[in-house]
Ligand binder design. Structure first.
Ligand code: SF4
Length: 440
């Protein structure tokens, strides 16, 4: 398996699995999910000449003023809203609906909230590869797995900044740095360098993301102050299947890091991997956890396992390969239950044809990773993605700009209804033509 992306990997877990019986999606006791005021360094970026109406870039601004959670959208016979009370049965019903129906519904929901022509391009760089002390059974970088990956030291700041420049030149607007660590922990020197990397990439005008394993609240705030835009920490799979994949870090610990990231005012990137030997109920279970968080992640990466020789899951011949229908079903269900979330078509893309990838974009994916490597996994080269974007009529999303307003919304095709009892409903002045109905 080449890669596995190791995926944006989730990263970095730890020792001593605890029982998942007490698992909860609520924030840990004693902590709120409100943002901690921190200094930010968002660079001034000239407005691109071709932008149409855009939503606010900040998710919290978008949801609290222009796109409240209490609105109901309708179009083409479907309704949609941002809900946090999904039941597993409801999600399973969507996930198991006939494929043609699922794809159609997801496509309509996608167009209610997004401009389907806009797809964000992110570049992921492994700044510290291999030797990870977690035992993720899919990962080429775990020290428990004998794979082709040789541990390497953390990259130098200048090397990372040069890679970020190349990514920007190739059209990427978000740059993510991954380190194969269980946790950032007490790596003071390395953290200092990472903060320098974040500052430098931010100065390039790129959105900056990192995936460094578990974070404390203070570390999350320091990253935010250095200019970090988003933090990736995947849940990988359902709470029930998780102990079969990782035993060195618990599900609760992952949720703790996600809460720290949210509290620091960082954007949350959190998703999973298909092909870990999970059942459909586990895929539904993962989406249930994500969609019932107090705030949906701004980004949900959907990865297809890239089998790597020397890993327990890569060597397991009983695990079926993930196909384009699996990916599309997962992406479509994610799009429907988390309509305002950016769904990222992530690892495994190289194994899918243009037509298969198009199926996934039609299911609601609106972000990809570009560049020829995803951590240790092979990925389509920059020029391949340029060709695909040209073929499909896609354009990239600029950095530090909110997504384009849905053309259907601008055209008055989306009926927006305020749900009784909700508050704070306003329509962005940019959104002329929006049809709004207040329900008494
Ligand atoms: S082994 Fe380490 S690098 Fe690999 S996915 Fe797990 S935490 Fe991430």
């Amino acid at each position: 398996m080449l890669n596995r992306l190791a995926l944006r990997a989730s990263c970095r877990g730890v020792v001593g699995a605890r029982s998942l019986r007490s698992f909860s999606t609520a924030p840990p006791a004693g902590r709120s999910l409100s943002s901690v005021p921190v200094e930010t360094h968002i660079p001034e970026v000239a407005e691109p000449p071709d932008v149409g109406a855009r939503h606010a870039n900040d998710y919290n601004v978008r949801t609290s003023s222009t796109q409240p959670d209490d609105e109901l959208r309708s179009m083409g016979g479907y309704t949609s809203s941002v809900r946090h009370d999904w039941t597993k049965a409801e999600i399973a019903e969507i996930y198991n609906s006939p494929f043609h129906e699922l794809m159609h519904r997801a496509g309509v929901v996608h167009r209610m909230y997004w401009n389907p022509a806009e797809v964000q391009q992110c570049t992921l760089l492994s700044i510290k590869t291999g030797g990870c002390t977690e035992d993720c059974k899919y990962c080429s970088q775990s020290q428990y797995n004998k794979t082709f990956v040789k541990p390497t030291p953390t990259m130098k700041v200048q090397e990372v900044l040069e890679a970020a420049k190349r990514a920007k030149e190739a059209g990427s607007t978000r740059f993510c740095m991954g380190a194969a660590w269980r946790e950032l922990g007490g790596k003071k020197n390395a953290f200092k360098h990472i903060l320098n990397m974040v500052e430098g990439v931010n100065k390039e005008g790129l959105e900056v993301c990192a995936t460094l394993g578990m974070l404390t609240a203070e570390q999350a705030q320091q990253l935010k102050a250095a200019g970090l835009t988003a933090y990736n920490h995947n849940l990988d799979t359902s709470p029930e299947h998780y102990p079969k994949v990782i035993t060195t870090r618990t599900y609760e610990e992952r949720l703790e890091t996600i809460a720290n990231v949210r509290d620091a005012g960082l954007s949350v990137c959190c998703g999973g991997i298909l092909g870990l030997g999970e059942k459909d109920t586990d895929r539904v279970g993962l989406l249930h956890v994500l969609s019932t968080l107090p705030q949906h992640p701004e980004s949900v990466p959907v990865n297809a396992l890239v089998s790597v020789e020397g890993t327990p899951l890569g060597d397991d011949e009983d695990i079926d390969a993930v196909d384009a229908f699996d990916m599309s079903r997962m992406i479509a269900t994610a799009r429907i239950v988390m309509p305002r979330t950016m769904v990222r078509l992530s690892a495994g893309r190289l194994s899918f044809s243009d037509a298969e990838q198009y199926m996934m974009f039609s299911a609601g994916a609106n972000s990809i990773f570009n560049g020829d490597k995803l951590l240790t996994a092979d990925n389509p080269a920059f020029n391949e993605d340029e060709r695909l974007f040209s073929k499909l009529g896609f354009k990239g999303k600029p950095a530090h700009r909110g997504p384009l307003v849905s053309p259907d919304e601008l055209g008055g095709n989306v009926e927006i209804t305020r749900v009784e009892g909700g508050g704070g409903f306003e329509v962005n002045s940019e959104q002329q033509g929006v049809k709004v109905t207040h329900v008494s």
